[in-house]
Structure formats: C-alpha cells, structure tokens
Ligand binder design. Structure first.
Ligand SMILES: *[C@@H]1O[C@H](CO)[C@@H](O)[C@H](O)[C@H]1NC(C)=O
Length: 262
C-alpha cells in the first residue's frame, strides 16, 4: 500500500484553537520550550509530534499516536508540541516544522540529530516499528560464551553489565538503557537460553544480569527486577558509587507492566 504524505500547511492556519487532541489518559506528554529542553537532556530515544489542534491530519493521527505512546511506555517517551501556541512557535520554527503533523525521533536526546517520519502511514504499528528500530545500538553482543572473558578483560577499567537472555534479539529495554548510559556504563548481552553460561560462571541458571565493577573481573549478580525503573536505580547507584555491590540489590519490584521486563 502506498500512502501520500498528507499534512496541514502552516500558511492555512485558522486563528481558532480547538484544544487538546490527545486523550488525557494516554502517555503523550505535551511539551513547551522549557520541558522540551529538559526532555532532550535525558539522552533518551524519544518521539515528538509537532501538531496543530485545528489540523485534520493531526486529529486523525491522535488516537494512533496515543496508542503507540502507551505501547512504548516506559521505554521510549512520546511527546507532542502544540505549534499553535504562541510560546511554542519559536521551538517549532527551530525544529523546521513546516506542516502538521511532523513526527520526529530524537535518537539520543539532543546528542544525535533527529530524523523526521516521512511516511503517510500514521498508524500505531508503523510508528512503533519506526521508533524501536532506530534506538542506537550500543550493546556489545557476545554471541559465544567464549567471548565473555575477553570482553571482561578488555573493559575491566569500566563499570559494565552483562545481560544473559533467553531471547535471540537484544531486548529493547537493554538497548534503551545502553543508549541512555552510553559513555558511562558498558552493556553487553549474551544469549543463554538454557542457563548454561550462568552456571559456568558460577551462578544459578536464573541469573539475568551480572555486574562487573570497574577494576574487578569478578561479577556480582543482580537480584532485583529486570525492569526499567529498578535497573535505572541500580545504574545510577553504580555511577554515584552508592551501589552496594556485595549484596547487589533488593531494588524495588515495582512496575506491573509485563512488556518492559527482560
Ligand atoms: C547525557 O550525555 C552527556 C554526554 O553525552 C552527559 O554529559 C550527560 O551527563 C548525560 N545526561 C544524563 C542525564 O545522563
């Protein structure tokens, strides 16, 4: 199927404001110039829709965008900017928004140049695929168990974490974390579908995350939930030196969403 790119042009903007177009219970967060700047500083892959409430194409896109925001939450934040609002106009101009909606992906906050969605297929599934495939990949994939030792050796001056996963592909959560902490923590992944690698490393076969503290080639097992919130807490505590790596983590077992679990 082919889609023509249908946008509302800036020049045709009526002066009438029609109010919010995204359902208030969705995970789409409206941004203004200040919160945009803050969101960009977080170094996360994020999706931003530049819209105008009066634009029919935006109104038609809104339920799909809300749907993808729920699907991407909490791994990829989704935002929107109402370019009809006076205070947002300089931001929309700076982002070279010429028609509505303009959907952009910021691969790593403002550290990597954004890309613009250029298909007329504005469905939740198309957005989902487009966004998740474009999370920069900073995970070192260790295909063979035999590669682990040399990776540990090569990175022994850094704090690194190894994911033992049953999945063939590196889970999105791990990619999201590797991208957010790029330059600060080194993340690797190894497929250990039968738990044999964990056992060979001296751990039980349910082990999912091993921490290799800088300057130490002996790993510590992470026992907390493998979800974004407790892992973010763990990562931050490794970086600020407060992580108790002896008894690595009774990190909160929060978040009841199944799809952000490794
Ligand atoms: C974002 O990345 C930059 C370096 O690229 C770093 O200096 C900064 O601390 C990072 N911000 C956060 C919130 O992690």
């Amino acid at each position: 199927m082919r889609f023509s790119l249908q946008v509302c042009l800036l020049a045709l903007a009526p002066s009438l404001a029609l109010g919010a177009i995204f359902p208030s219970n969705s995970h789409v967060q409206m941004l203004d110039p200040k919160s945009f700047k803050k969101a960009m500083k977080s170094n996360q892959t994020s999706l931003v829709a530049f819209v105008a409430p009066w634009c029919g194409h935006c109104q038609r896109m809104a339920p799909e965008y809300a749907k993808v925001s729920d699907k991407l939450y909490p791994l990829i934040p989704t935002y929107a900017v109402d370019c009809d609002e006076e205070k947002n106009k300089p931001l929309c101009a700076e982002q070279r928004v010429q028609g509505f909606p303009t959907v952009k992906l910021f691969p790593r906050g403002n550290k990597v140049a954004p890309m613009t969605y250029d298909s007329g297929d504005r469905t939740a599934s198309a957005f989902y695929k487009w966004a998740t495939l474009r999370v920069p990949n900073h995970v070192t994939k260790l295909s063979k168990a035999g590669n682990i030792e040399s990776w540990v050796d090569k990175t022994k001056e850094e704090n690194t974490l190894l994911l033992l996963t049953k999945e063939k592909k590196v889970p999105l959560l791990w990619k999201v974390l590797a991208n957010k902490y790029y330059g600060k923590l080194g993340l690797a992944a190894h497929r250990d579908d039968d738990g044999q690698t964990a056992k060979d490393l001296g751990f039980d076969d349910s082990t999912k995350v091993l921490i290799y503290p800088a300057g130490d080639s002996k790993p510590v097992k992470y026992d907390g939930a493998t979800k974004i919130e407790p892992l973010t807490k763990l990562f931050n505590s490794i970086l600020d030196g407060t992580a108790d790596l002896g008894t690595a983590n009774e990190a909160a077992k929060t978040s009841d969403r199944p799809d952000d679990e490794l």
